[in-house]
Design a protein around this ligand. Sequence first.
Ligand code: GTP
Length: 340
Amino acid sequence: MLSQAVILVGGQGTRLRPLTYRLPKPMIPVLNRPFLEHTLAYLKSHGVGSAILALSYLPEAIQSHLGNGANHNMALSYAVEASPLGTAGAVKNAEPYLEGTFAVLNGDIFTDLNLDAMLGFHRSRGAEATIALTRVDDPCSFGVVETEEGGRVRRFVEKPSPDQVTSHWINAGVYILEPEVLRHIPQASHYMFERGLFPRLLELGEPVYGYPFSGYWLDMGTPEKYLNLNCDLLSAKVISHLIPDLSRDGVSCAADTVIHPSASISGPVVIGGGSRIDRGARITGPVVIGADCRIGEGASLERAVLWTGVSIEAGSRLKQCLVNRSETGGKEQVISFGQP
Ligand code: GTP
């Protein structure tokens, strides 16, 4: 069993703007709970008892929310960078907290990858580094990993053009590493796993393996993928260990939600505390409604995620969208994705 994991929380998540303007990407709510809480629950379910958060963007927002981790049954430490050190540099910065074999997770992926099985693979191969691999139809915007039979990595190809595609297995952003590999990462300099450490380990002839898995994997990098993640969880395409008892076809709502008797709600729907659903409103899941929202008379919502404090005007029709309150002026902003 792995006892430690480093979670990488770096960039601003530029593709997720305007959601992440003042909120680090891993704090954005998924089923009304910060994304990182789902990650911690996932790690906990695999017996990981201690996580080190490698932070470079808005670290205070995360530290003040999670503290020492006592509320999340996880011992938390923080390795904060003065300026971004890159994915591998951030792990080097966390070295003082690391003891023995550990996992590294990109802070923006959701997966049900079995970490115990991956560790068994890592040990059976005598690997120094094992990279989880997921299969995608179009690998052109990802880091492709070519392996030999048995899983040893032969080559990395970053963002191949369509005619360069030789494998559909991509780096899933979850690694198991032996502490010895840290000596190949320069101290206090910007250094990446994909373009730096992993190719360097190959050059040195170190045993680097790819671990293919076929479970759920999503990089929450764009608003549309973020919506998909919420909907996948609501529809039980994947389970969050944070909310394992979510009502799959029903309606989960806080005790103080007020729902007008003429409103129609068909699950799966989650509604946060203090929200109000007015006369004749129609909600067709999968839908997440944050705390303190108001759905006006006759409004309809379908496949949508609403953040805290959103007000939907009477008679509005919203489908396939995200709604939050903009930073400036507190007005609702709707990010929609057309028809499903
Ligand atoms: P952003 O959208 O900028 O967050 O990154 P990305 O989704 O394009 O992914 P990338 O491959 O650059 O990074 C993978 C993971 O490492 C993401 O969770 C990033 O937030 C995180 N990361 C990237 N650079 C840094 C860094 O300099 N420091 C730390 N601590 N984390 C980083």
